[in-house]
Design a protein. Structure first.
Length: 406
């Protein structure tokens, strides 16, 4: 019996005692943080008006001066990594202990992923703390549900959070299969949500879809929740998917007709629908705000031409104002009502193919801009007007279709 307890125990380096794995989360809080999480303590220190001497470290909670912050943080990260390695070294049987609670969010994380996960949690804490320290209104950031756990997540952290949940779900399924010695695809595994049973090769995809539906049902009608378009293919497990449209579909004809209104002689080679869930939800959050302010939608379908080598970066990370090169009406992202106008911004690639986005753009109120306009003037949302509009927020437009043409 004594040997079994030893195998399930984790050595605490703070008090030098052997702690049961089941008691580890509670013990670590009491031993290291006095029952207060680093996030809670960090927020409390920042909000305390008398605290002007330094910034609380997310790893050790010490007050560090701004000048010493970077070097101190690197040292704490190294020490944190060494502590995790000690935990790994102390685990002799992976089937007994595979999950360890994160010191920041308390979620059960595979020991081999704990260092990466905790660093991400620490970075999130640092960003949130900086928001508070700079008196930014964090509560205004949109919250959207995680497709795996249903938690409400800040839109800036949503992509990383869902990736972590997806990986944790895969690990949980693998652990379950290993523990039950399920090695044959003929054996059916019951879904925890709908209770239906599926072969192993289909189980992960099915349960992921069930979790998404459950998260959507939990958040139905809630403020700040933005569903994806009904016509999207939502079977993909990834945040970003690209779908080539068939020329005989109404969706293809809608895009092609708008393009050919001013470029009738150019041949369309391919039209892709861009499904970037994080980007779309950021855009939809802004659209909801515009409707609230103006009482109606100011969304328009506009064109954006670009260099061929910029296409993948835009699809992954949305339109980036730092790449603006022609700034006659402002230093932002340019969109045109006519494809012929955006054509001059394109450049052919090695195959003589050009690329242009047809994007959803929130126009709002428009005013004149100039080469020196770096941010939109107060009370307005875009500069330009007429056949050209300039946006100044990366999520103010969503590039839903990519047109490849000659």
């Amino acid at each position: 019996m004594a040997e079994a307890i030893e195998e399930n125990a984790i050595h605490c380096e703070n008090c030098n005692t052997q702690v049961s794995f089941d008691d580890w989360s509670q013990h670590s809080r009491e031993c290291v943080y006095g029952e207060k999480s680093p996030i809670q303590e960090s927020d409390r220190n920042i909000m305390n008006e008398s605290n002007t001497s330094g910034i609380p470290c997310e790893y050790c909670n010490a007050e560090i001066s701004v000048n010493d912050w970077q070097s101190h943080l690197r040292q704490c990260i190294d020490e944190h990594g060494k502590r995790i390695e000690k935990l790994k070294d102390g685990i002799h049987d992976d089937s007994i202990i595979e999950l360890i609670p994160c010191e920041y969010c308390d979620k059960q994380i595979n020991i081999h992923d704990l260092e990466y996960h905790s660093r991400q949690c620490a970075n999130t804490t640092k960003r949130d703390s900086n928001h508070i320290k700079n008196n930014e209104n964090v509560s205004m950031d949109a919250l959207i549900p995680c497709e795996y756990c249903g938690d409400q997540v800040n839109i800036e952290d949503w992509s990383w959070h869902t990736e972590q949940c997806q990986e944790a779900e895969k690990q949980r399924i693998e652990n379950r299969i290993r523990q039950n010695a399920v090695i044959s695809n003929d054996i059916l595994i019951p879904c925890e949500i709908c209770k239906e049973s599926f072969p192993f090769q289909d189980f992960e995809a099915h349960q992921t879809e069930c979790q998404r539906k459950q998260a959507a049902s939990f958040s139905a009608g809630a403020v700040g929740i933005f569903p994806l378009p009904d016509y999207w293919d939502q079977s993909s497990l990834h945040n970003l998917s690209r779908y080539i449209l068939q020329p005989n579909t109404e969706e293809y004809k809608f895009v092609a007709d708008n393009f050919h209104k001013t470029l009738p002689s150019n041949q369309i080679v391919q039209i892709e629908r861009i499904q970037n869930r994080r980007w779309y939800r950021q855009y939809d959050a802004h659209k909801d705000d515009f409707i609230e302010r103006y009482g109606t939608s100011t969304e328009q379908w506009l064109f954006h031409g670009c260099k061929s080598q910029s296409v993948d970066a835009i699809i992954s990370d949305c339109f980036n104002r730092s790449h603006a090169v022609r700034c006659a009406a402002g230093q932002g992202i340019y969109f045109a009502t006519q494809a012929s106008t955006s054509h001059s911004y394109t450049q052919p690639d090695s195959n003589n193919l050009r690329h242009m986005f047809m994007a959803r753009v929130l126009i709002g109120k428009t005013t004149a801009g100039s080469q020196s306009t770096r941010v939109c003037p107060p009370g307005f949302d875009t500069t330009g007007g007429g056949t050209m509009f300039v946006t100044y927020h990366d999520a103010q437009a969503y590039g839903e279709y990519l047109i490849v043409f000659r």
